[in-house]
Design a protein around this ligand. Structure first.
Ligand SMILES: [Zn+2]
Length: 927
């Protein structure tokens, strides 16, 4: 799946994903990772794993729902066909939130059911286990346990849950849908809810005659009118192949369907016109991945359906044959949807379709190896989209959105290894993190490149076919890759795939490769140590580090060969002149950072400023990102990072700019509001000048590439933010033209045009934009406009905007998740909004409404965001005043954390980093 909090990070890059899918229950952080101690990797299930005496083979599930009228109660009957494999007098399954009406046990004798008894049930709330105690020991053999039960559709967005959409007359239409991963199938039917306990499923659903039902498999014959109630019909689906419970799905709705070959797409009737791109790209990507893996999807499933679920964020879930998406992750409307939405759809569709092989056909044996699902899906989310649409260069985005993101987060003492066990539902949910997705995708891509695409594909095909319809551990992957490599010899004969890969999958964090040149002897000393961004902790782990380099003379950046550093340090000879640079990790294929001696950094910096094209654009982005992070960890002079940042002056590629953008945002956060702000803006002004001159802020040329669009948005955002008159005038003019109807705003520039156009808009213009949001039923577009409205720099506009979210004006058609976004929009863009928000909240009487309407977490995050944007004494006084007014509405820990954040902002100015930055900005008279 594509989950929620991770995707929040994309908001920083402005990615089209928003977020979701984590259950609303409290999610515990994974246990703290201490060291490489193998014993920590051992399983101790704490009583949460099901006993192994019985195992399921088939489920027949019958459900009845009246969701058409909004009812949340549902009725269910499940026949669990199971085998007793070791004699026992108990049958234990998982269940949560279901009321058991009755249970009956049958034995299967000569294919006939023989009634045995009604076993007594007990329930353990902690482990979510439902135990059926039999009166005597059961012999080995086959049984059927029939359970009659009732349950309720959830409002949380997981398990079996309810959603609604509005039609053109603003009437609500309800639907019932599912999200079972990782441990929530048990909320729809009692089951053996562990990925390894695969079974076949037959599902039938009784629903209102005006509704329809879809599931993993096609319908099995026509619907049958309910004998008791002619208003209801029963839809039955064909039996599935063996699969895990978490991959089952069903949706009951009044949606419409479009079809292309064996691909289907379902959406609410008033959005079905926005499904074209999802359908076509789904078809293209499924074919591309089938060809790539050499394993056809349709050998296992007769159809693939995708469905857009309203008001469900922007995540998605790979249910085998029925992939569910939050609407912004699947719907594309060329009239209003941006290039980022399109990118999000293509890469999310590819991610979920990659799971049809990695996760669905072959499933992780236990959540400990979740990277076997999510790492592959992350990589092939980009690579699969690339295979179907090679011109878009989606793998370039993987560099920024996965590799750089993972390197940034996987550098603390408490980060976990890829292989990491979990037992409780909360621990399991917490495993769906940066490591499972972005690190694992990056590490797998490293091995794809080292082993060579051909051997890699051969290995994957072996893995998929050896483990089809079953589960796998990391060892199965290593073995399959080893068998494919043996013929190719792409790694030294002294090494095995297992030992190489385990040096990455069993260890927390990643290394920094230190490169020290001896300019007299042409020798280079290479050494490795774990990279920590926060503190220095002894670490003995040795990675098998694949490396290569390019140098100034041979600007060869192809990743055609690698050498290995498997010890703490080693010495190599290079044929590079002392006055010429060298750069390690060509195209940053390897998941690690590189640090150099000062002289080599100096030469690289010179090249980056004067001959950027002599270094591959992946490596230019790498150099900026590595230097900044190494400097922040105090293992490199901060000046080096700042001078590399200055190389952006001649940069025209998006990737180095995206890396530099993070550095600029960091610096901006530190100096905004202080006496360094002017200097900082002058720096930005100097850096963006060359690129800005070449781009059109308010329109889009037919030949602009995807990366051009990313770069344009990045540059024009900075230009408008630091007050380029040209940028502000053009965006305002473009908004005006849209308001008076003379010219529509092109969707691909709408983010910037709306945000900065509305900054000094008239009442009429502000209202026009607000109404665009209210009138739209496209969630991604509404999000975009909600963010843009927060850019206004007019107190009346912002105050009335805040009132729409906080006030009790119920006729505004906000989705629940949209109201907190209004608050976020107001404080996110500029300090101006922060001040307006503080004034607004400074009415004690409002606090109750705020918390009731938007939730405590929205208030907490508003406070912490105000704090992180507080850089001066005057701003601190305003924050303190607000905290006083809000009183006990702000929990003590939130208050303390806010004041600590402000103190850290203040302290930064006197830190070595702060002083170097000040010095750099003051002498930036350079041009
Ligand atoms: Zn996934």
């Amino acid at each position: 799946m594509v989950p929620w909090k991770i995707v929040l990070l994309f908001a920083i890059f402005g990615g089209a994903f928003a977020e979701r899918l984590f259950p609303t229950g409290k999610v515990a952080a994974p246990r703290k990772y201490i060291s490489d101690d193998e014993s920590l990797l051992e399983e101790d299930d704490g009583g949460y794993r099901l006993p192994k005496e019985t195992a399921p083979s088939h489920y027949t599930i019958q459900l009845k729902t009246s969701v058409h009228q909004g009812d949340i109660d549902f009725q269910g009957v499940v026949d669990i066909h199971l085998d007793v494999v070791e004699s026992t007098d108990k049958i234990v399954v998982n269940s949560r939130g279901l009321d058991i009406v009755s249970a009956t046990l049958y034995s299967v004798e000569d294919g006939e059911l023989v009634l045995l008894e009604q076993p007594l049930e007990t329930y353990d709330e902690q482990t979510e286990q439902l135990t059926f105690q039999c009166s005597s020991t059961l012999d080995l053999g086959s049984y059927v346990l029939t359970i009659d039960y009732t349950g309720q559709l959830q409002s949380s967005g997981s398990g079996f849950f309810r959603r609604f959409y509005r039609d053109e007359n603003n009437n609500r239409h309800y639907l019932a849908t599912t999200q079972f991963e990782p441990t929530r199938a048990r909320m729809a039917f009692p089951c053996y809810d562990e990925p390894t306990l695969k079974a076949t499923f037959t599902v039938s659903i009784t629903h209102h005659v005006t509704y329809n039902a879809v599931s993993n498999m096609p319908q099995d014959g026509p619907v049958v009118v309910d004998s008791e109630d002619p208003e209801f019909v029963t839809t039955t689906f064909q039996k599935t192949k063996r699969m895990s419970t978490y991959l089952l799905a069903f949706v009951v709705s009044d949606f419409e369907t479009r079809q292309l070959g064996s691909q289907l797409i379902h959406a609410r009737p008033n959005a079905i016109d926005e499904t074209e791109f999802g359908l076509v790209s789904g078809d293209a990507i499924l074919d591309a991945l089938g060809e790539y893996t050499g394993v056809s999807y349709y050998d296992y499933k007769p159809k693939l359906a995708q469905i857009a679920i309203p008001d469900w964020g922007s995540g998605a879930m790979e249910n085998w044959g029925l992939v569910t998406y939050g609407e912004p992750a699947l719907l594309f409307n060329p009239k209003v949807s941006t290039y980022r939405t399109k990118t999000g759809v293509a890469t999310t569709v590819a991610h979920e379709l990659a799971h049809q092989w990695f996760g669905n056909l072959v499933t992780t044996d236990w959540w400990k190896y979740i990277w076997l699902n999510e790492g592959f899906a992350n990589l092939y989310g980009y690579y699969g989209a690339h295979l179907a649409y090679p011109d878009e260069k989606y793998m370039d985005l993987h560099q920024i959105q996965a590799v750089h993101l993972a390197l940034a987060q996987d550098s603390t003492e408490t980060t976990r290894p890829m292989n990491w066990n979990a037992n409780t539902p909360a621990e399991i949910s917490a495993l769906f993190d940066t490591i499972a997705y972005y690190k694992s995708g990056s590490v797998l891509n490293m091995f794809r490149i080292i082993f060579g695409d051909e051997a890699w594909r051969k290995g994957l095909k072996t893995y998929l076919l050896n483990r089809q319809l079953d589960v796998a551990t990391d060892l199965d992957l290593y073995e399959a890759l080893q068998s494919a490599l043996s013929a190719e010899r792409s790694i030294p004969t002294t090494m095995t795939v297992k030992e190489i890969m385990e040096s990455w999958t069993n260890a927390a964090g990643y290394p920094v490769l230190n490169v020290r040149r001896n300019y007299r002897t042409n020798e280079v000393i290479l050494s490795q140590q774990r990279f920590f961004s926060d503190k220095k902790v002894p670490n003995e782990h040795l990675w098998y580090i694949p490396y290569n380099y390019a140098d100034q003379k041979n600007q060869q950046f192809e990743v055609d060969q690698v050498s290995w550093l498997t010890k703490r340090a080693g010495r190599i000879h290079v044929d590079v002149k002392p006055e010429q640079w060298l750069v390690f990790n060509r195209q940053q294929f390897g998941y690690y950072r590189v640090n150099y001696d000062a002289r080599n950094w100096e030469m690289l910096t010179w090249a980056m400023i004067h001959y950027p094209e002599s270094i591959h654009h992946y490596n230019r982005a790498q150099l900026i990102d590595d230097a900044f992070n190494l400097a922040r960890a105090e293992v490199l002079d901060f000046n080096v990072a700042l001078r590399l940042l200055a190389s952006l002056i001649n940069e025209e590629d998006y990737l180095p700019w995206a890396a530099g953008d993070k550095v600029l945002r960091y610096l901006h956060g530190k100096v905004r509001g202080t006496d360094l702000q002017g200097r900082f803006e002058y720096l930005v002004h100097t850096l963006i000048g060359n690129v800005y001159m070449k781009l059109k802020v308010e329109s889009v040329d037919a030949d602009e590439s995807l990366k051009d669009k990313y770069l344009k948005q990045l540059i024009s955002t900075w230009a408008c933010q630091i007050g380029y008159v040209d940028c502000l005038e053009k965006t305002h003019a473009a908004l005006k033209a849209a308001v008076d109807g003379s010219m529509e705003v092109h969707p691909d520039v709408s983010t910037v045009v709306y945000c900065y156009g509305v900054q000094h808009a008239s009442d009429n213009e502000f209202l026009w934009l607000y109404n665009r949001m209210v009138d739209s039923k496209n969630e991604a577009y509404r999000s975009l406009v909600i963010s843009a409205l927060g850019c206004a720099q007019n107190k009346d506009h912002l105050n009335s905007y805040l009132s729409t979210a906080i006030g009790s004006v119920s006729e505004i058609n906000y989705l629940d998740a949209e109201r907190p976004r209004v608050i976020q929009a107001v404080y996110s863009n500029d300090r101006y909004g922060v001040d307006v928000l503080i004034d607004y909240l400074n009415t004690a009487a409002l606090a109750d409404d705020f918390v009731n309407r938007l939730g405590q977490s929205t208030l907490n995050s508003a406070i912490s965001n105000i704090a992180s944007r507080t850089n001066t004494e005057e701003e601190l006084d305003r924050l303190k005043g607000l905290l006083e007014t809000l009183g006990s509405h702000v929990p003590e820990n939130v208050r303390t954390a806010a004041l600590t954040t402000v103190q850290a902002n203040f302290d930064w100015r006197d830190s070595l980093e702060g002083v170097i930055v000040a010095d750099f900005l003051e002498m930036s008279g350079w041009k």
